[in-house]
Write a protein that binds this ligand. Sequence first.
Ligand code: BES
Ligand code: MN
Ligand code: ZN
Length: 496
Amino acid sequence: MDYSIETLALDKLETDCIIVGFYDNQQLSPAAETINSLNQGLISKVIDRGDIKGKNAETLMINYLPNSSIQRVLLVGLGNKEKLTAKSYRKALSSAISSLKTLKLDSLCCSLADIEINNTDIAWKTRQIVEVFNDAFYQYQHTKSIKEQNINITKVQISSGKETEVEANFGLQQGLAIAKGVDLTKFLADLPANICTPNYLAEQAITVANNSDKMTVEILEESDMETLGMGSFLSVSRGSRQAAKLIVLNYRGGEKNDKPIVLVGKGLTFDAGGISLKPSAGMDEMKYDMCGGASVLGTLQAAAEMQLKINVVGIVPSSENMPDGDASKPGDILTSMSGLTIEVLNTDAEGRLILCDALTFAKKFNPEVVIDLATLTGACLVALGRIPSGLLGNDDDLCNDLIAASETASDSLWRLPLWDEYGDLLKSNFADLANIGGRDAGTITAACFLSRFTEDYRWAHLDIAGTAWHSGGANKGATGRPVPLLSQYLIDRANA
Ligand code: BES
Ligand code: MN
Ligand code: ZN
């Protein structure tokens, strides 16, 4: 897809379709107004017929204009002008692009960067257009022998006035970098676990690093982890024929001595549960248990593409969790890299076992902050559904910065408490702590477990079990979240 900023006046524009907006009081967007007067009030006449009321995300196609180099006009409802938010703006964009996807269009122009929304600028709007459109254009094809080519659009223009061209271009570049990161994350998560193994993820990380002269990569093997004392991580991969990998990406966009932001992503390429085997219904979806790791790769790629002037380290512990004669058993006790011993009461609570060693390992980078992201608990879906990711952490400033970034990026978060009382649920008679805390507050007790390994630095944990994936249905597949949120957080840090 070729995206560009178009500053031509609308009477000179040539396109197969332009997207314009109007509100539920029938007021037209600036571009809609211009096209209306260039075409003898055509848009007003169409709206007067009453087939479209201007409710948010409503669409109507005017698919013929006499005497115009613009072939079609897609009208999009924006709803109430005063109530238009970042969320409803994205909803309108998303509805517009879905209605066009299967049409015979080669080129498309979106004029909706001219819509007023509180606290946003043209760069933000341009970026949203790119992100929302690119999300809609994503098509997983890799393992289909019959390729479906159902998107004809090859060229997307985003219209802007001459005076805002530079800003719009800035937003476009950011949008493209983030969209590319999202695409990579979605692709890796959509791949089946027989292709996307820990080794495959490691190779992808090497490719990401090789595409930037500011990024290096190191892949630690099981023997290295043994030397480091990662008994907890290694206990998870015991049951698998695939060797575990610890992927370490290092992006140096900042000054040599700037402390890095460290991102740690759970990279379980398949979670069968181990000896505490999962039920078979829907187990195929546990190929997405590496979304945290894939999002780390996507975010580092985006940071490098945007040439952010900060240092970022990405750590991805990657493994399978399988049942096997050599697999860990409930009741087994391990020694983590930190020295803390862990009683494995349920082998399906494996994410925290690989993350705790990665979080201990993170210390060696002398981090400014550490953020881990993981499809960690089914309980997060019960508590929060699929709208926000769960946020827990030991530092209010960091949590607030992440919440602010989530709002800008429209990639929402909701904070849960990380109180000592919950941590008490992890007591074990036989080890320093147990790997599960019982039925109550599963997302919180999982985070409490991690918090025992993050006491030496500012840390936040994102539980993305509900947000990284669209379950079942026609939409089944990865979302690419939280790449937009993390990219925004890094942009904010680079600007701070
Ligand atoms: N990967 C799962 C969590 C998960 C569940 C992610 C559903 C996405 C959708 C994790 O490893 C797991 O199995 N967690 C257990 C923890 C339990 C044994 C305490 C769970 O959530 O059931
Ligand atoms: Mn599990
Ligand atoms: Zn898991």
